[in-house]
Design a protein around this ligand. Structure first.
Ligand code: NAP
Length: 401
């Protein structure tokens, strides 16, 4: 996610195979916020000498896929003959809301189509590549072009290390889609702002502001990645959060907010809250105990979800309720009880932790990890592909869980 940025070359400028795939990944990320439930996908086309021709990306659900966008940006399809096409996800084989990308590319006779990640959709997996191969196009998964496997063949080559890294980045680009397909569950991210000693609030509930303005601005960008932003009812009461996307890159962006509130006590306070003043009430989803009948004066969406004896919502039913509302990804922004429920159920896929260089101290301050793990090393949560970045004085850590 934080790889070296590749500038889009001028048409006719040489670009290395590794940079072409990096550029395709960067292109794909431009669709953030607008493609759900589809994947973010980017595409780069270079000529037979590896000089840049065009790039494209999937801009919006129901609109052109990345390959078609790149072809349109290229203008003249005859220029694809003998060219190399880099795409972050296997070209689709099937006719969905839009046509098959593999069938659009095949008659144009590119010399090769290199894709970074195989599509897990059974309608596509391996079939897009097959359509291209049957048309005589060399179509390879990125790992197959790793040097030295094809050294000296004259076809695009990328070092084994770069292939592994680029495949991992392409997988991260499409991680929400891939998880939805593989697990048949929404993708869950956790975002926390904590002190260096792991505290997210004082006993009084005071938590503003632990991190600085640069971190908080980045959170606005992160919010656009997910279909909904969720909090527990204590956080709703303590902070009256908006949970919307306030960033110049996303003008007028309207997202969904979720509140976990078994007793439905927040429903009265929803009227006039920041959650309902920044988005239509039907975009606020309040999850309550399925056994309750509740008053809903603000007209928000009340989702009735059965509870486990321990007082948390049943996870399968919670996910089913969210998917029925079109929520394929969720970022939980607190508090510690909400984090605990998802970590304990092993349902967190990504962590976004903003760590401020302050110590909040005290025995009773709220540690963000206080409701999961803690009994033995066996309960530890392992983080993979940890990446770090500074935002002002804060350190931002993101990792796969
Ligand atoms: N620094 C940060 O990043 C940050 C972020 C957010 C919040 N905060 C602070 O954290 C504090 C609140 O944290 P908290 O741990 O006390 O509360 P919380 O997690 O916000 O809310 C806890 C309550 O929400 C309900 N809940 C949450 N997850 C649930 C689930 N999976 N199933 C069923 N019910 C669920 C339960 O309600 P019932 O009690 O009705 O069962 C639970 O007691 C506030 O002071 C806030 O300012 C800090």
């Amino acid at each position: 996610m934080f790889s070296e940025f590749v500038k889009t070359p001028a048409v006719g400028e040489w670009i290395s195979p590794a940079d072409a795939m990096t550029l395709a990944i960067q292109e794909g990320a431009k669709g953030t916020g607008y493609v759900s439930p589809n994947p973010l996908v980017g595409c780069v086309i270079v000529d037979s000498d590896h000089c840049f021709l065009a790039s494209g990306y999937h801009k919006r659900v129901g609109h052109d896929h990345a390959e078609i966008d790149a072809l349109k940006n290229l203008g003249d399809p005859s220029r694809v003959a003998g060219a190399h096409v880099y795409v972050t996800l296997e070209p689709c084989a099937h006719q969905g809301r839009t046509g098959s990308c593999a069938r659009a590319l095949a008659p144009l006779k590119p010399a090769s189509v290199i894709y970074a990640v195989e599509d897990p959709n059974p309608l596509v997996a391996g079939k897009g590549a097959q359509i291209l191969r049957e048309a005589g196009v060399r179509c390879e998964l990125l790992s197959a072009i790793a040097r030295p496997a094809t050294a000296g063949s004259g076809a695009p080559e990328i070092s084994s290390e770069d292939c592994t890294e680029l495949a991992a980045q392409a997988e991260e680009l499409a991680e929400i889609f891939l998880h939805n397909f593989r697990a048949k569950e929404p993708f869950v991210a956790v975002k926390v702002a904590s002190s260096l000693d792991g505290k997210m609030a004082f006993l009084s509930g005071e938590s503003k502001w632990i991190t600085g303005p640069d971190s908080r601005e980045h959170v606005q960008l992160l919010r656009a990645r997910y279909d909904a932003i969720a909090v527990g009812r204590n956080t709703f009461v303590a902070d009256n959060p908006s949970l919307n996307v306030r960033h110049a890159s996303f003008p007028g962006f309207v997202n969904k907010a979720v509140v976990f509130d078994p007793s439905g006590k927040t429903l009265v306070a929803m009227q006039g809250s920041n959650l309902t003043s920044v988005r239509p009430p039907e975009n606020v989803l309040v999850l309550v105990d399925a056994k309750l009948s509740v008053q809903n004066p603000a007209g928000v969406r009340v989702l009735k979800v059965p509870m486990m004896e321990e007082g948390a919502f049943m996870m399968d039913e919670l996910f089913a309720a969210l998917r029925a509302e079109g929520v394929h990804s969720l970022m939980i922004e607190g508090g510690s009880h909400a984090y605990g429920a998802f970590f304990n159920a092993k349902k967190v896929q990504r962590l976004h932790a903003f760590i401020a260089p302050i110590l909040m101290g005290g025995k009773h301050g709220l540690a963000w990890t206080s409701h999961f793990g803690g009994a033995s090393m066996q309960e530890r949560v392992e983080l993979k592909r940890v990446q770090k970045q500074s935002f002002g004085a804060d350190e931002y850590w993101t990792a796969r869980v």
